[in-house]
Design a protein around this ligand. Structure first.
Ligand SMILES: [Cu+2]
Length: 214
């Protein structure tokens, strides 16, 4: 469900966002390679939206083409076959003319495909397998998200001055003394990030690292 919501990235006043399930970022979706996943998007915004699942091999009507949108008050079923490599992907709004602002305001989330063969690798899992979505944002004095793409930024996207991780500024997570797997994705809207791109918003590569936290 795409709807308006509130987040708390900074101390003080909450920040108005647009989010899948009203959250920024949206829910982390876990899929298994070879097992299709169906997703129903209910648009409770007052404007069109859709979902593009970045890097997915899907039928055209599930690809979230910028002109293939779900109007306000309508819904749509997206089907993801997951017949592709295991990995960390991300899904985001892809509406023509609105993608940059929609993603900026929160319409994005992580999508992870696991391969049953991974079990043999003995990688950290469960609470020790942590997807991190990095996004830069600009906040005003009231903690509201500032979004402006003037003449200069129309080609580059909106740049922020505050880095957020999973929708939080300076997040803190206590971990056990053991291996922790961090999956880092750059869900940024500005082309100033150099991770790569897929039209607008510019989409980041996904880095996976496993480190021992002592
Ligand atoms: Cu993308």
């Amino acid at each position: 469900m795409a709807r308006a919501g509130a987040a708390q990235p900074l101390p003080g006043a909450p920040t108005a966002i647009l989010g899948y399930d009203g959250a920024w970022p949206g829910p982390t979706l876990l899929a298994t390679r070879g097992r299709p996943l169906q997703l129903t998007l209910r648009n409770q915004l007052d404007q069109p939206t859709n979902i593009h699942n970045h890097g997915h091999h899907v039928a055209a009507d599930s690809d979230g083409h910028p002109l293939d949108v779900v109007k306000a008050g309508h819904s749509r079923i997206y089907t993801y076959p997951n017949n592709q490599s295991a990995g960390t992907y991300w899904y985001h709004d892809h509406t023509f003319g609105l993608t940059g602002e929609h993603v900026y305001r929160g319409l994005a989330g992580a999508y992870i495909i696991r391969d049953p063969a991974q079990a043999a690798l003995g990688l950290p899992d469960g609470e020790h397998d942590v997807p991190l979505l990095l996004q830069d944002r600009l906040f005003d004095a009231d903690n509201a998200l500032s979004y402006s793409v003037g003449a200069g930024a129309i080609f580059t996207g909106a740049l922020g001055n505050t880095m957020c991780v999973n929708g939080a500024h300076t997040p803190f997570m206590a971990v056990a003394t053991r291996e922790v797997r961090e999956i880092v994705g750059a869900g940024r809207t500005a082309s100033a990030s150099r991770e790569g791109q897929c039209g607008a918003p510019r989409c980041g590569t996904i880095l996976t690292r496993t480190e021992r936290v002592a």
